[in-house]
Design a protein around this ligand. Structure first.
Ligand code: CP
Ligand code: NVA
Length: 305
């Protein structure tokens, strides 16, 4: 089989369940991996800041016996006019995989097309597939069986929301994207995810009514109201999203054993209150840790000989 990319969740749709299980297995086996990626180098290209993605990929490949290289795109020739096509072909002669955090999904797609080694998205303006994998790992870890669970995503219908829609659909999880009408998730992704969900016996729905949507929820999920590269002002965002904030009132509507998730970084007092993110329903740091185990599953699957 030729090289594969993970740019959209759908690129690994058929292996998604296996990736989730492998991440859980690798978490249990931490410290005993026997260097399956010995001699492999992951080139990590960043156009935007990162704490979790950068650190977890670096540590993940190191713990699997390989090596990571951090590349700040503004300091690469690609940030000064070299084409993505040439960059892809050059890096393919040096490294065994590329992780790329991009502003524009079109650049991501081009890199994926021109590289002869796997390209893994570390987020672009359309998706954040590795985040979604860690999210599903977390939901599975907390509930055991995930099929039929209900996830409500509140706030901006952004990259994190788009990938979560696909991931929930693949797992047979019901998901409601509860967002303002002007900030719904990508329409094509909503439709495609709804189709996948239907074949797995679940539903992908849209709502603008948090008090209605959160009834019987097993998971409340939110993300920043202003993503990197988004020019919405803070004042505008507060006006648009305030009613979608995860606070104690909204949490009281959900199931009593509901978990609260956030991909981080969080803005306390905006998309989530301090009392909720620090409260007993919050699993945000387990979720952040699971980025490490999810990255390992992806790297192992795509880079192992
Ligand atoms: N959740 C996430 O991707 O975080 P970073 O921006 O810190 O990588
Ligand atoms: N939606 C956010 C996620 C950050 C990890 C962004 O794109 O900035």
């Amino acid at each position: 089989m030729g090289k594969r990319n993970l740019i959209s969740v759908t690129d690994m749709k058929d292996e998604w369940h296996d990736l989730v299980d492998l991440a859980i297995k690798l978490k249990a086996e931490r410290g005993h991996h026997n260097d399956p990626l010995k001699g492999k180098t992951l080139a990590m290209m960043f156009e935007k800041p990162s704490t979790r993605t950068r650190t977890s990929f670096d540590i993940a490949i190191t713990e699997l016996g390989g090596h990571a290289l951090y590349l700040d795109v503004t300091k690469m020739q690609m940030g000064h006019g070299e084409t993505v096509e040439d960059t892809a072909r050059v890096l393919s002669r040096f490294a065994h995989g590329i992780m790329y955090r991009a502003f524009d999904y079109k650049m991501m797609d081009k890199l994926g097309e021109w590289a002869s080694i796997p390209v893994i998205s570390g987020l672009d303006n359309l998706e954040h597939p590795c985040q979604a994998l860690a999210d599903i790992v977390t939901i599975k870890e907390k509930f055991g069986e995930v099929k039929g669970k209900k996830v409500v995503y509140l706030g901006d219908g952004n990259n994190v929301c788009n990938s979560l829609l696909y991931a929930c659909a693949i797992m047979g999880i019901d998901m409601i994207a509860c967002c303002p009408a002007t900030r719904m998730p990508n329409a094509e992704i909503m439709l495609a995810a709804a189709k996948i969900a239907e074949s797995n016996g679940s539903k992908i729905l849209a709502s603008h009514e948090p008090l209605e949507a959160c009834k019987n929820a097993d998971v409340l999920y939110t993300d920043t109201w202003i993503s990197m590269g988004d020019t919405t002002s803070e004042a505008e965002a507060i006006k648009l999203f305030q009613m979608y904030q995860i606070n104690d009132e909204l949490l009281s509507i959900a199931n009593p054993d509901c978990i609260v998730m956030h991909c981080l970084p969080a803005h306390r007092g905006q998309e989530i209150t301090n009392s909720v993110i620090e409260g007993k329903h919050s699993v945000v740091f387990d979720q952040a840790e699971n980025r490490l185990h999810a990255q390992k599953a992806v790297l192992y699957t795509l880079l192992k000989d």
